[in-house]
Design a protein around this ligand. Structure first.
Ligand code: WTA
Length: 648
């Protein structure tokens, strides 16, 4: 019996026999694929537009421009429209600091702050189309600044606060941001992170930065550069109360968010305004079945796409109440999240399999003190969820009452693509399956030649039609956009994920098919890690692989060859990890570093990744199958034996 069947039976879930017919979902999905323009124009009318569009979709592959001619403003959508209704006194954000303090912002307060912050940006000379960078802890000022930026038509790029100075500089220089907003520091697991110092180090190499706006959070002493640095509180003293939202073209960029790909340089994913907002507004309702009295908590950092779409734009566009938590899940103890759910009456929890596995390992005893009965729905995102973690989540957090929405999507897709949609119809669940594509999503699984494959076989996921949430471009690199997503299967979007569709049409997402890793749900490219390690003076060559990890899903493993005269040592391993932290950030810490005599390569000089993967994960080379062709089987076997022999 397969794992999923075993669990479904033991939990008495309504699977298999009762799956079809799914009437409402099927009708809606069919209509959305047959007549996407009609379907999406109905959805788009749920938002407020200054001007309606002339054309729903302008599709010149690979560029999709949605709601062309339409004008709207994201900040108006997320705040102004609510303060015109009873929601003005509704909670928008329950914020909880790691150190225990709380702030509750109503939609009126949020509106007031978004306006004041927008006025500050205007006074500093920020104009429509300008880029601003945000390197901030998870404090309310972060979403407020995002909304303030789009109020005046500026394009934000949020840089995850765990990234290093080098990573900030790369992103700022790519966007040529004029202003960077940071804080004196942030809290993480009881310690402070010196965000201002890291920002200072980064901007030394960023000629475009004119000003650094600093939010006070920790109150610690920080380095200060008169003329360049400015406290938010000082700017606020003469901020205006109201700033007219700029009517933005639907196809104007809303933000740029960097993500890892298969080369060393992260990609600046550009999302537009109208399509992105419409798609997320609809997807959020379908997936989370959100109601006025919902309290929604997405535990991601705002610095990732999950936070952009599911902390800021989708929930606020619905006028939902959200929870924003600043700190670590295990601080001061591993029950912090349960305390937060109990305290704020959270109804929907949206988190990652890595977090679930961590809680699972620490045991159910940590749940005993808390009332989790407000929970109605649970969500999972970022990596495949293994059936054991699914079962634990379902049983102990959801108390066998709450459906789990396993949501598959990507930074590039803008919003959730494959997921159960309880907001449309109750979709019977199968633990470990993201179930079915959302309306408007024409997902199929193909072999390497683009032929659709039969149920039960593993292939590559592609999306055959554009949907409104799709990225607009890679910032400053349209060739890479075309090449990465559209050249493998012309006319279709290539997601870079392995997937399988079962006999019921359910999708099983099976991990990345390219050289992108998912470490604790964080996306990181092997090439990015390799280019950081290679800059270490002792290293001549490096290749990155991953091995399965009980909690993080995948753990990072490095294979390194050293310069002559360099001796392998534990010291050197530590130094390489330190070097990685400085170049990328703590998410790039390697769990294992092996020193080897040479890299396994094909005759044409390509690194045989599956050999590395086999050695890293302790599997036999014969156990690994892949759709990619990297050298012959004999070559791989020989290289595998060689690598095992020399690894230290
Ligand atoms: C993976 C995160 C399995 C996948 C929103 C994808 C998943 C990559 C799931 C995108 C899921 C995301 N099941 N795998 N439910 N959700 N992934 O850009 O490999 O950080 O391509 O976006 O995460 O990662 P990103």
């Amino acid at each position: 019996m397969a794992d999923n069947e075993r669990i479904s039976t033991s939990l008495n879930l309504p699977v298999d026999t009762r799956i079809w017919p799914l009437k409402r979902y099927t009708d809606m999905h069919r209509f959305s694929i047959e007549d996407p323009e009609h379907f999406w124009s109905e959805e788009a009318r749920k938002l407020d537009w200054y001007e309606t569009w002339d054309k729903v979709l302008d599709w010149e592959p690979p560029y999709a421009r949605w709601f062309v001619g339409g004008k709207l403003n994201a900040s108006y959508q997320c705040v102004d429209r609510h303060v015109k209704t009873w929601r003005k006194s509704k909670v928008a954000i329950y914020w909880e600091g790691e150190t225990g303090e709380t702030r509750v912002l109503s939609y009126s307060t949020l509106y007031r702050d978004v306006n004041r912050f927008a006025s500050i940006l205007e006074k500093l000379g920020v104009k429509k189309g300008d880029k601003i960078a945000l390197y901030m802890p998870m404090v309310p000022e972060l979403p407020i600044f995002m909304l303030a930026a789009c109020r005046i038509g500026a394009v934000h790029t949020v840089i995850f606060s765990g990234f290093s100075a080098q990573a900030i500089a790369d992103r700022v220089n790519d966007t040529k941001a004029k202003i960077i907003i940071t804080a004196d520091g942030g809290y993480r697991r009881g310690k402070t992170i010196k965000l201002k110092e890291i920002t200072d180090e980064a901007v030394q190499d960023c000629p475009s930065i004119e000003r650094i706006i600093v939010v006070k959070r920790t109150g610690e002493d920080i380095p200060w550069s008169e003329g360049k640095d400015v406290w938010l509180s000082d700017l606020l003293t003469d901020a205006a109360k109201y700033v007219e939202p700029e009517p933005m073209e639907s196809t104007h960029p809303l933000y740029i968010l960097y993500t890892s790909g298969t080369t060393g340089k992260p990609k600046g994913i550009v999302h537009g305004t109208g399509g992105y907002l419409v798609y997320n507004h609809s997807a959020y309702k379908w997936v989370f079945d959100i109601r006025e009295d919902s309290v929604f908590w997405c535990t991601a950092d705002v610095g990732w796409v999950t936070g952009h779409s599911n902390i800021v734009y989708a929930p606020l566009s619905h006028g939902a109440a959200i929870v924003l938590y600043e700190g670590a899940p295990d601080y001061p103890e591993i029950d912090r999240w349960w305390d937060i759910i109990d305290k704020y009456g959270v109804t929907v929890l949206y988190t990652s399999p890595t977090a679930i596995r961590m809680f699972m390992r620490s045991g159910e005893k940590w749940l005993e003190k808390y009332d989790l009965s407000t929970l109605e729905l649970l969500g999972s995102v970022g990596e495949p969820i293994n059936p054991e973690a699914w079962e634990w989540y379902y049983r102990y957090i959801g108390k066998e009452r709450c459906p789990i929405v396993d949501t598959w999507w990507q930074t590039e897709t803008g919003g959730i693509m494959i997921s159960p949609t309880p907001g449309i119809e109750e979709i019977p669940l199968k633990p470990g399956s993201a179930t079915l594509p959302l309306p408007g999503v024409d997902a199929v699984i193909v072999d390497n030649d683009g032929n659709e494959i039969p149920p039960g076989e593993t292939g590559l996921l592609i999306i055959k039609k554009p949907w409104p949430g799709i990225m607009m471009d890679i910032y400053g690199d349209s060739d890479r956009y075309r090449e990465t997503y559209w050249s493998k299967f012309p006319g279709s979007y290539y997601a870079g994920d392995f997937a399988m569709r079962d006999k019921d049409g359910y999708f099983w997402m099976l991990g990345r098919a390219d050289e992108v890793l998912k470490i604790a749900g964080h996306r990181i490219g092997t090439a990015e890690v390799e280019s950081a390690v290679i800059s270490h003076p002792s290293v001549t060559e490096v290749a990155v692989a991953s091995k399965p990890d009980e909690i993080k899903g995948d753990a990072l493993v490095l294979f390194v060859t050293l310069r002559e005269n360099e001796k392998p040592s534990d010291e050197l391993k530590k130094e390489i990890n330190k070097h990685l932290r400085e170049n990328i950030g703590p998410i790039a810490t390697a769990d294992e570093i092996y020193f080897v005599d040479s890299m396994p390569k094909t005759r044409s000089g390509k690194i045989m990744r599956r050999v590395l993967k086999a050695v890293a994960s302790g599997q036999d080379i014969g156990d690994l199958t892949t759709l990619e062709d990297e050298g012959s089987v004999e070559e791989a076997k020989r290289a595998y034996a060689e690598l095992l022999k020399t690894k230290k």
